[in-house]
Design a protein around this ligand. Structure first.
Ligand code: F3S
Length: 754
């Protein structure tokens, strides 16, 4: 089930008919996004003109990808469903559990030693249930998917928020929680709110130091971290066609940083070149036959304002290189403005590390452009001021880059070549001295730069840029180095200046690899036993959550009122906690330890209404659970932004939290809460957030009448006996209310399978 050209051909053979039918239904020309969405409606869905941003629609994705950290919980859930094989081509990729410390070989061996139990579990479950397995060291999920599985006009879901990367090859690819993936693995439709559409018209052509990364850094600055919420961003125009396929992947990848459902590009020559270079002539030939249906209709792009909900135009001719950060990827600064901004904000100007890699920027082209800068440094007699770390995106990229001498250039600059894996991007970085919590600056070509993400140090100021800019800034050792205008002093005391970076879209000698690291599933896996040890600290078989008793929730206490940004990293931290991703009870010990308590502005310090004492969030919650007191989490805007990990929903559920009520949710997290049977509400009046006090008791007085579009009334009883009544909104439809009643979506699947 790993890859099948027949599935692609079958999809393409029906494409013209489905697109024409969708034009008739909607009465208008179609964007590419609409063509893909309408051609992937589930057979159980009734085609009609869906209302963007409102209607929940059932889809039938073509494939699924899971990374090792999220796959554990997804597969533990799938195993409960009682199926013999996955219903849709699925792959598992081991990339998150490998720490960057000493360099590729040693680090990979260390990961195999420390996480063997988890890798073996994933491998045996994959072999048993028909899932393609990519071993540790094979590469980062999204680079491997782009190289092997993504195809124009396809729809995929993945248990990682940067699944959206596959939009670079013309897919609608969406990051989901493991519970959503399980739905599709068992052959059920996958539900999504029909997205709004944002069009980004790219005019002109990139040149010099500007790169595809700068397009998305600029877009992030315009739209902000939540500007893409519930929307697909569709790129078009001459500028889009002029960029490489992997460059398009970079842009789509960081669509996750603006909260977009996904991003995509129309099929063009760059995609054809990439398909052929990665050994997929059959896909390119098939796509060429339906090329017009793998792009939006020309009328749409001629009058985008008429057909998109929002349109942005970016002139690539004038686009400057950017560095975004610190602490948020939407704080965009063009290189020439950094001195003033950094000085004003007291950002450390000395750069200590430059990291190149992550799923965002680890293609052959990325490495070649960064290497062209590194090579110049050596030739011009410059020494790098900052340290360098490189994570190639896949073994195919690494092997080819090594063969072509690119890695040697970095090594000549004393760079450490880490494993083909996520490494520092997911906090898997044994950075020497990070525990001192010293204020410092790093630059990287990743996508996320939340506090503590890379090295666990809250005072590390991380800035995101293109690989070539990261290389230049790291060599200069100054955050405000502008390679377009500035010079550096070389070993002879001369002033030298970088030439513009150059790169190769694809390797001139073709890609090559000895062992890509792929394991095909068994033709018949029925005899494979999956063993999870009783006393394992890494893996734990799941038990079903209890169904709802149908009654109002009364006497609930406040667990935490989270202040400000509360991402999935704050709710379920990564880094050292990644090792417990397959063990719900153990990982629950990190629940919300990164969330800021609005009453004392401290992390992991909340008041227990049982004892009146302050304690850690998980301990306090376990004490409530032990005596059967329901609890409520209160949050601010865009609660749960960041990754798709359903742990951020399963952990509170496992610990006994009944309700999460916030000003607004990030899409994936809201769905995850619903799937796990937690009541997910938003304040009808966001000012009511201010009415919540530390010792409040919550009574949900009409929950027993839970129904779509019906507000829920909450009585707040304050410690002085006074009361407030507030209203909660929700987005549950009939089917989702059934999840809540059953205790979780998985409980419902099990009931149906019986
Ligand atoms: Fe891995 Fe970072 Fe991408 S964690 S999947 S490299 S966002």
């Amino acid at each position: 089930m790993a890859f099948n050209i027949d599935i692609i051909k079958a999809l393409y053979s029906q494409l013209a008919g489905k697109v024409e039918a969708a034009r008739k239904i909607t009465g208008k020309p179609l964007t590419l996004s609409e063509k893909i969405l309408y051609s992937h409606l589930s057979s159980e869905e009734t085609p009609r003109a869906f209302s963007r941003g409102k209607d929940y629609v059932d889809f039938a994705p073509d494939r699924i990808a899971c990374q090792d950290a999220t796959a554990q919980m997804a597969l533990l859930q799938f195993m409960q469903a009682g199926k013999a094989q996955v219903a849709v081509p699925t792959t598992v990729h081991c990339d998150h559990l490998i720490q960057a410390k000493l360099g590729a070989d040693k680090d990979l061996q260390a990961a195999l030693n420390s996480s063997n139990e988890v890798f073996n579990f994933l491998e045996s479950v994959s072999r048993k249930y028909g899932i393609g397995f990519w071993k540790p060291g094979a590469g980062i999920i999204h680079q491997v998917v782009l190289e092997n599985y993504a195809f124009p006009g396809g729809m995929m879901i993945g248990t990682d928020s940067h699944t959206v990367n596959a939009g670079g090859l013309g897919m609608v690819a969406i990051g989901v929680g493991g519970a959503d993936a399980v739905d599709v693995m068992v052959g059920m439709p996958w539900e999504l709110k029909f997205p709004k559409l944002i069009g980004v018209k790219l005019t002109g052509k990139l040149s010099g130091w500007s790169s595809p990364k700068d397009v998305i850094l600029k877009v992030a600055g315009i739209l902000t971290a939540k500007g893409g919420t519930d929307a697909i961003v569709e790129y078009f125009g001459e500028g889009a066609a002029s960029m490489s396929c992997t460059g398009k992947g970079t842009i789509c990848n960081m669509g996750a940083e603006i909260g977009a459902t996904t991003s995509t590009f129309g099929y063009d020559d760059s995609m054809e070149r990439y398909l052929r270079a990665t050994g997929r002539d059959d896909v390119a030939d098939a796509a060429n036959e339906v090329r017009e249906h793998l792009n939006g209709d020309p009328e749409v792009y001629a009058n985008p304002e008429q057909y998109f909900d929002q349109v942005i135009e970016i002139d690539l001719n004038t686009l400057l290189p950017h560095l975004n950060g610190p602490f948020t990827p939407d704080l965009a600064t063009p290189v020439g403005e950094m001195t003033e901004k950094a000085t004003k904000n007291d950002w450390p100007l000395d750069v200590e590390w430059g990291l190149i890699g992550s799923c965002t920027n680890s293609s052959y082209e990325d490495l070649s452009r960064a290497a062209s800068v590194a090579k110049q440094a050596i030739e011009k007699g410059l020494k790098t001021k900052a340290e360098f770390g490189i994570n190639p995106g896949s073994e195919q990229v690494r092997f080819t880059a090594e063969r072509d001498g690119l890695l040697q250039v970095f090594e000549d600059l004393d760079a450490t070549i880490f494993t083909n894996a996520c490494g520092p991007c997911i906090g898997q970085w044994a950075r020497a001295g990070a525990e001192d919590k010293k204020k410092n600056t790093i630059v990287h070509s990743f996508n996320r730069n939340f506090a503590k993400r890379a090295d666990g140090n809250p005072n590390t100021h991380a800035f995101v840029g293109s690989p070539e800019l990261v290389a230049a800034v790291a060599i200069a050792g100054r955050l405000d180095f502008n390679p377009i205008t500035d010079t550096l002093t070389n070993d002879k005391g001369e002033q030298v200046k970088f030439e513009e970076p150059t790169g190769l879209e694809l390797p001139p000698l073709g890609f090559d690899v000895e062992d890509a690291g792929y394991l095909e599933p068994d033709a018949d896996g029925s005899g494979i036993a999956i063993n999870v040890k009783e006393d394992s600290e890494r893996l734990q078989l799941l038990e079903s959550f209890s169904p709802w008793d149908g009654k109002n929730i009364s006497g609930a206490k406040l667990l935490i009122k989270a202040y400000g940004k509360c991402t999935t990293d704050h709710i379920s931290m990564a880094g050292p906690w990644l090792r417990f991703r397959g063990h719900l009870d153990n990982i629950a010990n990190n629940t919300l330890i990164g969330g800021v308590n609005a009453f004392n502005m401290e992390t992991n310090s909340v008041k227990s209404q049982i004892t009146g004492e302050y304690g850690a969030v998980p301990d306090t919650q376990r004490a409530y659970k032990a005596v059967g007191i329901p609890t409520v989490i209160i949050g601010d805007h865009n609660y749960g932004e960041g990754s798709s990990r359903e742990h951020a929903a399963m952990q509170p559920r496992h610990l006994g939290v009944s309700v999460v009520m916030v000003k607004s949710f990030a899409r994936i997290h809201e769905t995850n809460l619903k799937k796990q049977g937690v009541l997910a509400l938003t304040f009808a009046n966001s000012d009511d957030y201010d009415k919540i006090q530390e010792d409040d008791t919550f009574n949900f007085t009409d929950l027993a009448d839970f129904a779509p579009q019906k507000q829920i009334t909450i009585e707040l009883v304050h410690s002085d006996g006074s009361k407030d009544t507030i209203l909660g909104n929700h987005t549950y439809n009939e089917a989702q209310i059934e999840w809540f009643k059953a205790g979780s979506a998985l409980n419902l699947i099990k009931l149906k399978n019986k």
